[in-house]
Design a binder for this molecule. Structure first.
Ligand code: IPM
Ligand code: MG
Length: 372
């Protein structure tokens, strides 16, 4: 398959983790005989410095002309601490999501058997967790009208949703649930918000076309509690933009590190794949950022194009790095492996899918491996 992939490395550790995904995609090309054409473009703080805007027209054009976008990270502390900043790096990502029509953000939350200890939650609570969040991505309070009075003493952000915006992502979420454990939970705040009541109405109606899927509802405050009390109760969670942003970071605690969580953002015509973590500026250039979330996002890219065997090879290589302890320090204290080495290890194991000669599950203790 020939795929045109736009690479938007962005800020902070974005370039470092994205480089590991490219290594892995190169390994996939070599092993499965595909051709991926990569083109890079600036976005975020780097683009503001260079072009005065977080999303230059040329970047948007490249994304529109590509089959998929692989995204690194966005954000820079110099803007976070300046409430008066007129342009912000994050605007680049938000504008891009809107311009590409990426209305559904899909975030799988899984516990990994070898990382149960990394979560502050009890093993018995998280072991076996496997759910996916369908977060609406181009509507709600993120994109509603913003107001600030002249004195700068009063501000508001409008949360607005149309039936059409709700229904297109609801269909995707119900279809996903149909292929999984057949349960869909709508997370909202229908006891307070009019927009949430519209979500309930529309989702309930759409649910009638998916009789095999059990539909239930949770208020977001309760959902925030349930996700850490009993995450195994969930299969597909459907929710609006802001609630999805918040509960997906919460969900990452189950996996043991936010550095593991991948996501896909899809629309009618475009698709973008990005780790859910931020730009982690403290780690920039230190070769310590976990590249796995980015690599798993690349696996989601492959799945999006039906390259399931290829995606499986990537995930299997990631599993191997976790099992062998070839991981960055967020997953194993004092790990001697950096971002680059973990990327190399995973890419190598994609090429040599069956090559288990160097490894022996029984004989190599976690952390003692000297394979690289
Ligand atoms: C995310 C991020 C973004 C969001 C930021 C960087 C604008 O937190 O993708 O979850 O809020 O959507
Ligand atoms: Mg977020």
């Amino acid at each position: 398959m020939i795929l045109k992939i736009a690479l938007l490395a962005g800020d902070g550790v974005g370039p470092e983790v994205l480089a590991q995904s490219v290594k892995c995609l190169n390994a996939v090309e070599e092993t499965f005989n595909h051709h991926f054409i990569f083109k890079e473009a600036p976005i975020g703080a780097i683009a503001i410095d260079k072009n005065g805007t977080p999303l230059p027209d040329t970047t948007l054009k490249l994304c529109q002309e590509s089959d998929a976008v692989l995204f690194g990270a966005i954000g820079d502390p110099k803007y976070d601490n300046d409430p008066d900043a007129k342009v912000r790096p994050e605007q680049g990502l938000l504008q891009l999501r809107k311009a590409l029509g990426l209305f559904a953000n899909i975030r799988p939350i899984l516990s990994h058997p070898t990382l149960l200890d990394k979560s502050p939650l009890k093993k018995k609570v998280i072991n076996g967790t496997d759910f996916v969040i369908y977060r609406e991505l181009t509507g709600g309070i993120y994109f509603g009208e913003k107001k600030l009075n002249e004195e700068g003493t009063k501000a508001s952000d409008l949360c607005e949703y149309s039936e059409e915006e709700i229904s297109r992502i609801a269909h995707l979420a119900f279809k996903a649930a149909k292929g999984r454990k057949k349960k869909l939970t709508l997370v909202d705040k229908a006891n307070v918000l009019e927009s949430s009541r519209l979500w309930r109405k529309v989702v309930t109606r759409i649910g009638e076309s998916y009789p095999e899927v059990a539909l239930d509802f949770l208020f977001v405050d309760n959902a925030a509690m349930q996700i850490i009390l009993n995450p195994k109760q969930f299969d597909v969670i459907l929710t609006e933009n802001m609630f999805g942003d918040i509960i997906s970071d919460e969900g990452s605690v189950i996996g043991g590190s936010i550095g593991l969580l991948a996501s896909a953002s899809v629309g009618e015509e475009n698709a973008l794949f990005e780790p859910i973590h931020g730009s982690y500026p403290q780690a920039k250039g230190k070769d310590i950022a976990n590249p796995i979330a980015s690599i798993l996002s690349a696996a989601m890219l492959l799945e999006h194009f039906g390259l399931n065997e290829e995606a499986w090879a990537v995930k299997k290589a990631v599993d191997k790095s976790l099992k062998k302890g070839i991981v960055t320090p967020d997953l194993r204290e004092n790990s001697q492996y950096g971002t680059n080495q973990v990327g190399d290890f995973i890419a190598h194991n994609i090429v040599d899918i069956e090559d288990d000669t160097l490894m022996n599950d029984e004989n190599i203790d976690l952390g003692k491996s000297t394979i690289i």
